[in-house]
Design a protein around this ligand. Structure first.
Ligand SMILES: [Ca+2]
Ligand SMILES: [Ca+2]
Length: 414
């Protein structure tokens, strides 16, 4: 078959009925520390290492680190409980763990050692996020007993202050050192903040929203979180370019919260459905989609919470698996054979990529080497032809129904 013939074949393929049976993500069960016990996934890095907490008996839970199919108990600071909230590219883990005295303290786990990073003079602290440079943020009790957002760097815990009220907490930090969280104001409302260059800025400017909390920030300084309306339901928000935008809810659901955003601006979180279930969502291109519609329904999973999304499109969270147990999960985007530009559709854009690189050696997927033999050849055309016209499922149609009566969602983790 010469190339002209192939173009004709592809044109004919394009006229066929669109492929409709694919799924956008595969689900990896992170497992549990003890067989039959629950786990939750709260953070991960680009290497696919996942951290969270797993029950070790009916009441106690420990921080875990999952890597390549193996799950490791990170222990505690001497007490009964610990939770890991974030891991960076260097494999450093942060969270909070009980000490022998029963106080919960922020920890930094590095080189197989869990280190107590202390408090701001009070009894307790917790670490919620960390960036690539190892800077840690969270909240810690002060000498006066108030809980303040902190920034921990170079073995020093700094009090970030508040927006004028009694307490604050920090939930996200990017590699530029910008920090987001929530703080009480002098008038007693909790407002999302962006901390940049030593200044804590109130970013609660969404019309009609009386309170807000920020949970995540990407490299471009875009912030996500949740904001409460006058009718006491939280909605996921995106703060970008000085403006806070309501991201809405799943169709018919009353509430949502956004937990993570990657450098491409894709957002994940959780939202209540019309039937009062908590479902993980991805927000991309202006649409909020229930992640449960983007996995194989035969997997048996119900994805309840999504806590982070990587620049590669991997998602970490917690849900109910086919055995009925709540486990941490890792979602990996399915790349369709022939999708050279990875936009979820196999069409002439991919053909043009392959055409441009035809005959190249030491080639990669994005250059058109779909069969992995290193050469862009007719074998790759055949792969492309076999998928031509296919695409991942379209996001569910967004519709607004009457609001249900549901409890307020609070806190980042499910
Ligand atoms: Ca494509
Ligand atoms: Ca090839």
């Amino acid at each position: 078959m010469n190339r002209t013939t192939l173009v004709i074949v592809l044109l004919c393929a394009a006229g066929r009925v669109a492929w409709a049976s694919g799924y956008s993500y595969t689900v990896t069960d992170v497992g549990s520390l003890v067989v039959g016990r629950q786990s939750g996934g709260y953070g991960f890095n680009s290497a696919g290492e996942v951290v969270g907490k797993g029950f070790v008996n009916s009441v106690q839970y420990h921080a875990f680190l999952y890597c390549g199919g193996t799950i490791q108990d990170l222990g505690t600071l001497g007490g009964n409980y610990s939770t890991a909230n974030a891991i960076n590219g260097a494999g450093q883990v942060v969270g909070q763990a009980d000490t022998i005295s029963g106080a919960s303290h922020a920890f930094l786990y590095s080189d197989n050692q869990m280190q107590d990073i202390g408090t701001l003079g009070g009894s307790g602290s917790s670490a919620n996020a960390m960036n690539g440079a190892g800077q840690v943020v969270g909240q810690a009790d002060t000498i006066s007993g108030a809980s303040h957002a902190f920034l921990y760097s170079d073995n020093h815990m700094q009090d970030m202050g508040t927006l004028g009220g009694s307490s604050s907490s920090a939930w996200g930090i990017n590699d530029a050192g910008q920090v987001v969280g929530g703080s009480y104001t002098a008038s007693g409302n909790c407002h999302a903040f962006l901390y940049d260059g030593g200044q804590m800025q109130d970013i609660n400017n969404l019309g009609g929203m009386s309170a807000s909390l920020a949970y995540g920030i990407n490299a471009a300084g875009q912030v996500v979180g949740e904001a409460w309306t006058a009718i006491k339901y939280a909605h996921a928000f995106l703060y970008s370019g000085g403006r806070m935008q309501d991201l809405g809810t799943l169709p018919g659901g009353p509430s949502s919260q956004a937990n993570g955003i990657n450098s491409a601006g894709q957002i994940v979180g959780s939202a209540h459905t019309v039937s009062d279930a908590s479902h993980a969502f991805v927000y991309d291109g202006g649409t909020m989609t229930d992640l449960n519609t983007l996995i194989d329904p035969l997997s048996g999973w119900t994805l309840q919470y999504a806590n982070g999304i990587s620049d590669f499109g991997q998602i970490v969270g917690s849900g109910i698996n086919a055995a009925g147990q709540q486990h941490a999960y890792l979602l990996t985007r399915v790349v369709l054979p022939g999708d050279a530009n990875r936009d979820g559709s196999i069409n002439f854009k991919d053909y043009i990529v392959l055409e441009a690189n035809f005959g190249s050696t030491n080639a990669t997927w994005i250059q058109g080497d779909f069969n992995g033999d290193g050469v862009v050849s007719f074998k790759d055309y055949i792969v492309l032809e076999g998928s031509f016209g296919k695409s991942v499922p379209e996001p569910a149609t967004f519709s607004l129904l009457s609001l249900g009566c549901l409890a307020l969602v609070r806190g980042r983790h499910g």
